[in-house]
Design a protein around this ligand. Sequence first.
Ligand code: MG
Length: 172
Amino acid sequence: MLRRIVFLDSGDTLIDESTEVRDARGIVQTAAPVPGAPELLAGLRQAGYRVAMVADGEAESFENMYSLLKLDQYFEERVYSSDVGEEKPSPRMFQTAMDRMGLHDSDKPRILMMGNNLKRDIVGANRFGITSVLLDWSPRYPMRPESQEETPDFVVHSPEELLSLLRRIEKE
Ligand SMILES: [Mg+2]
């Protein structure tokens, strides 16, 4: 069995964007998780998956949110656009995660990216040649693909659903 490697978006995938409290500089100070996101992260760890965050935003915001929620421990790597200098769908975001994890092009069929944003997460993953999973939980984003490259390989409705999806596709 080929074990999947999981890349996760943050905003409206793991963190509920509507709960973000920002300071005068726009840096997020606190936020609440999307329901089920902590359980997803714990479940991925328990099952032994390698997990990276691939997220657009300021490193300082992510450090604040994830340390406060004690969710920072669940990621092997966290790739932020403020460090990379480009945002999704840029391939540099995904390539940076692969490089930091010591992954090669031959590992791409094992990598799965889950996010809420068709134009960033799904287009980015599809163009990069990894499996794309849309989490359509957020009411704040369009969820209807407008082109082939916005079309996800899979759709889940809650974070924890990714665990059963992984079990299902790894059996195939
Ligand atoms: Mg997002």
